[in-house]
Design a binder for this molecule. Structure first.
Ligand SMILES: NS(=O)(=O)c1ccc(C(=O)NCc2ccccc2F)cc1
Ligand SMILES: [Zn+2]
Length: 259
């Protein structure tokens, strides 16, 4: 069937046909304006990933995803705007084409080359990710901007593994990776209530966007683009790039700044 994607005929502009919440009141991503209200009551965000357990890396036809064992609380985030700890389930990226930006959120109208999403769910209040994914306080996604410059010391472990998941539906072992190595030096953030940025676009995400980007090289980003949207058996070979949704209407939402 007409599965959703990022091309003209199945991309963000027509998602509302199958997912009417696309026109909802708390959709993501958004543009972060220059002036955001500073909320001194916002404590620091804490990422407790010390015993985190990556399982595999996969190509789901929309992005490259590193999946984690989320059967207990060994990798959680807490603090910031969160009232509970949220358990790490997966992380993935969104990126552009050669020489083009591909972040989802923008800052004062400016895009970054790519955006990393660390996806967590509220295992205190909900029994599963699927159940949490439909609850207004079910998910917390940490967004990290990627800008181009020098090589990132640890990103090569991910880009090397991307060779193994070139085709949609492929998955390969990816154990012992701790995403703490992908964090910028400081965890100052913006936070607002939003949604998944891909269908089903559930309005269940507390977004926590780190202000400081990490730096990766154009060469490393180029390896993202060797991945395909299409499966090995398909005659079409579509390069995976520009897998981002553009900013959505703020609709009166408040964005808070940590510091
Ligand atoms: N780009 S993002 O906003 O960070 C984002 C994060 C997770 C998903 C997801 O899990 N989708 C599948 C899914 C959705 C709902 C219930 C179960 C699922 F597996 C989609 C988008
Ligand atoms: Zn994402």
């Amino acid at each position: 069937g007409n599965h959703w994607g990022y091309s003209k005929e199945n991309g963000p502009d027509v998602w509302h046909k199958n997912y009417p919440v696309a026109l909802g009141s708390r959709q993501s991503p958004i543009d972060i304006p220059r002036q955001v209200s500073h909320d001194p009551s916002l404590g620091p965000i804490v990422l407790d990933y010390d015993h985190c357990t990556s399982i595999n890396i996969s190509n789901n036809g929309h992005s490259v995803v590193v999946n984690f064992d989320d059967t207990d609380d060994r990798s959680v985030i807490h603090g910031g705007p969160l009232e509970n700890p949220y358990r790490l389930k997966q992380f993935h990226f969104h990126w552009g084409g050669k020489g083009c930006d591909g972040s989802e959120h923008t800052v004062a109208g400016n895009s970054y080359a790519s955006e990393l999403h660390l996806v967590h769910w509220n295992a205190v209040k909900y029994q599963s990710f699927d159940q949490a994914a439909t609850a207004p306080d079910g998910l917390a996604v940490v967004g990290i901007f990627l800008e181009t410059g020098d090589d990132h010391r640890w990103l090569h472990t991910i880009t090397d593994a991307m060779y193994m998941v070139k085709y949609k539906g492929s998955v390969t072992d990816f154990k012992g990776f701790n995403p703490k190595c992908l964090l910028p030096s400081n965890l100052h953030f913006w936070t607002y209530l939003g949604s998944l940025t891909t269908p089903p676009l559930h309005e269940s995400v507390t977004w926590i966007l780190l202000k400081e980007p990490i730096v990766v090289s154009e060469k490393q980003l180029g390896k993202f683009r060797l991945v395909l949207f299409t499966g090995e058996e398909e005659d079409q070979r579509l390069r995976m790039e520009n897998n981002f949704r553009t900013p959505q209407p703020l609709k009166g939402r408040r964005i808070r700044s940590s510091n």
